[in-house]
Design a protein around this ligand. Structure first.
Ligand code: HEM
Length: 406
């Protein structure tokens, strides 16, 4: 018997009803199409998609795949990355070992847990101010616009040492980088990349002359010690720190808060026992994590996965959100349980590319929940569930807006 096709006529991974609830589709993929061929209708690109937990953790550690575009034939590179600015594309997610090992050990030196924990008082202050702003909007104020998206940009900008007066420009570029991809948006993205690149060059020069106690100065110091981080890598790294934490953190806060508000029993449990907040954050990462499709990996050689032939230089992605609902790994995976243990989710990825910013994202989410529970005892969604719209992106799962009432 042949399996019925994965998609109904006209349906794609990006169809609005799939975006609203991709989980039935992912269940079918795990069961019947563990290596599915997907076409991105906007960009006309094809990639293979893996959805089973065991396959996901194994593929991201498989040395037969590369994340480094410079290892691809020019034609493939152009097709997938043609619109990106070269000078911003040499970072942790686009290199393999040994370059990855070298770069990661250098950044880990300056992006330490101690540095992150020291941020707690300042993050609490920023969250407090944003919450007041949200409250001032009155009923219907959008949690995403007023709180969840500004928070990670302000935090990373401060950590990097971007002057407060440049923050708005910084935020604008970030938003452009995350505009839904289309052929028309490519020129705008390229322009934003160029301006951002030029701006960072100026900041680097200032910090080189007069170092401060910030991440950019620390990265420059690392670069100058024996030139182990090239100028291009330094620029790309700062770019990745900015973009890596923006949409992801914003969407985690939005998706996670919605899940809590849609599960009043779990919200009540959290109100009664705040020591569950860190585990609630882990459950949000698993149940409604924002990083749905991984970045692209490419086969270095012809190979087979579950009987599916994959040719050298074909693109493959893993689906972290689908893996985190796999019954082979989680008991009752569709249940939202703020006290879930064990919870070895892959919301932050897995293996050598495991999210570098995880401690920072966790801290921002924990502080946000602490403040929301403390200050807004009557919190609820200010619109009917069917009116909530999801963004068209399948890479970053998130709502268009989340209006609140308190
Ligand atoms: C990598 C998720 C926040 C920086 C990753 C990966 C995932 C992820 C899934 C691996 C990508 C792949 O395998 O294709 C998330 C989520 C976040 C978050 C869910 C928030 C809730 C942040 C923040 C930063 C950051 C705040 C930095 C300020 C990075 C970097 C990498 C990465 C640098 C590349 C690591 C490497 O290749 O060695 N993240 N991230 N992320 N993330 Fe995050």
């Amino acid at each position: 018997m042949t399996a019925s096709p994965l998609f109904a006529e006209g349906e794609t991974l990006w169809s609005p009803h799939v975006r609203a609830n991709p989980f039935p589709l992912y269940k079918r993929m795990r069961e019947e199409f563990p290596v599915a061929r997907i076409t991105d209708p906007q960009l006309g690109q094809h990639f293979w998609l893996l959805t089973r937990y065991a396959d996901v953790v194994s593929l991201v550690r498989d040395p037969r795949f590369t994340q480094d575009p410079t290892r691809l034939p020019e034609e493939v590179r152009q097709r997938f990355f043609g619109h990106k600015l070269r000078s911003l594309s040499r970072h942790l997610l686009t290199v393999d070992p040994p370059d990855h090992t070298r770069m990661r050990s250098l950044v880990s030196k300056v992006f330490t847990p101690r540095r992150i924990e020291e941020l707690r008082p300042r993050i609490t202050e920023i969250c407090s101010e944003l919450l007041e702003g949200l409250r001032a909007q009155g009923p219907g104020g959008d949690f995403l616009k007023e709180f969840a998206f500004p928070l990670p940009v302000i935090v990373i900008a401060e950590l990097l040492g971007i002057p407060p007066e440049d923050r708005d420009r910084f935020r604008e570029w970030t938003q452009t980088f995350f505009a839904p991809p289309s052929k028309d948006s490519q020129e705008k993205t390229r322009e934003a990349h160029q301006n951002f690149f030029k701006y960072l060059g100026e900041i680097f020069e200032l910090r080189r002359q007069q170092p401060r106690d910030d991440l950019i100065s620390a990265l420059i110091a690392v670069q100058e010690q024996g030139d182990r981080l090239s100028a291009e890598e330094l620029m790309s790294m700062v770019f990745l720190l900015l973009v890596g934490g923006y949409e992801t953190t914003g969407n985690l806060l939005g998706n996670g808060l919605l899940a809590l508000l849609q599960h009043p029993d779990q919200l009540q449990r959290l109100r009664e026992d705040r020591s569950l907040i860190p585990s609630a954050v882990e459950e949000m990462l698993r149940y409604c994590g924002p990083f749905e499709l991984s970045i692209l990996r490419f086969a270095k050689e012809d190979l087979e996965l579950h009987g599916q032939h994959i040719q050298a230089h074909e693109a493959v992605r893993v689906n972290y959100l689908a893996a985190d609902r796999d019954t082979e790994q989680f008991a009752e995976p569709d249940r939202f349980d703020v006290g879930r243990t064990p919870n070895k989710h892959v919301g932050f990825g897995h293996g050598i590319h495991f999210c570098l910013g995880a401690p920072l994202a966790r801290l921002e989410a924990i502080v946000t929940l602490e403040l929301l529970l403390e200050r807004l005892p009557e919190l609820r969604v200010a619109t009917a569930p069917e009116k909530l719209a999801w963004r068209p992106s399948a890479q970053a799962r998130g709502l268009v807006s989340l209006p609140l009432a308190f």
